[in-house]
Ligand binder design. Sequence first.
Ligand SMILES: NC(=O)c1ccc[n+]([C@@H]2O[C@H](COP(=O)([O-])OP(=O)(O)OC[C@H]3O[C@@H](n4cnc5c(N)ncnc54)[C@H](OP(=O)(O)O)[C@@H]3O)[C@@H](O)[C@H]2O)c1
Length: 324
Amino acid sequence: MRAITYDQPGPPDVLKVVDVKFPQLNENQILIKVVAAGVNRPDIIQREGNYPPPSDHSPILGLEVSGYVEKKGKNVNNFLIKDRVAALVNGGGYAEYCIAEQESTFKIPGDLSFNEAACIPECFFTAWSNIVQRGGISKNQKILIHGGTSGIGLAAIQISKIFNSYVITTVGNEEKVKFCEQLGVDKVINYKKDDFFEVIKKSDARNINLILDYVGGDYISKNINLLDTEGTLVNIGFLKGSITELNLMKIMLKRLQITGSTLRIRDNRFKGQVLKELEKFVFPLLIKRKIKCYIDSIFKFEDVVQAHHRIDEGKHIGKIILNP
Ligand SMILES: NC(=O)c1ccc[n+]([C@@H]2O[C@H](COP(=O)([O-])OP(=O)(O)OC[C@H]3O[C@@H](n4cnc5c(N)ncnc54)[C@H](OP(=O)(O)O)[C@@H]3O)[C@@H](O)[C@H]2O)c1
């Protein structure tokens, strides 16, 4: 089968389409004939050599796919051959066929296309588990989501709106500002024009209950200063670095919680439990198109280098998708 691989980590140009062996299925797994695979920032970090996959995961890039059930193990009872499915996978998504665990595989909600369905797993599992389960969001809170037009950001904004949150987001250009405003974000800050900390501090939006951040670096102390009493900071990435100098006094005085998590290393049970909550609270809204999968661009496997250049440039709004 065809898959996208690389010999040495590096820039997008290291990626190439080659023939590889079919993956071997165990009795609890599903073989998906891939129609669409999502491109995520963790793929970029892995391609650069800074995010090695766990030893029992596929070394092939790709954490989410949609497609048809091609084969299934004898313990898989919830799916039929040819079912339209999508899955959060343990690597291997950038290939014509991909192994998925039954716990993190789901039938495509409603009439969503394969390209739309491939946008769901990585971003909605991550956003839901960190905002709802870890961040403990409750109704009518103020939430700050950094990087609002990323795949994660758009999922997080829409999930927050289920809870009637006042949503503030940061983005890197005016096109992204307009996009987020049209999406219904209450306050959008172009962080390249204005210091988000100063803007929020001077506005009615200060005293934030929950912050979802993947930037880190100098954002960490700014985030802590913006949190209200009993507020929570959830870090799911550190694009600007994870080492910083912090005055912990604010944590004590405001009774803050600082937490974080990474989805990839979690076990099937955990991923299955997140999926159950998504099926209950998010999929009905996806079916009614009240929550949307925003696609920036779709590339053929042969054009994967361009797809990775596109995400590297950071100008995209929403998800980048690959089609084998
Ligand atoms: N912990 C987990 O389980 C988990 C799972 C999935 C993803 N993540 C993390 O979540 C983040 C978003 O992932 P994604 O796939 O949704 O990303 P994405 O679509 O590639 O978007 C990333 C965006 O972040 C913004 N950004 C802000 N500061 C940046 C900086 N210093 N360097 C580069 N970009 C910067 C850029 O938009 P602007 O123009 O607005 O700057 C960029 O488009 C990544 O850090 C990823 O590693 C974590």
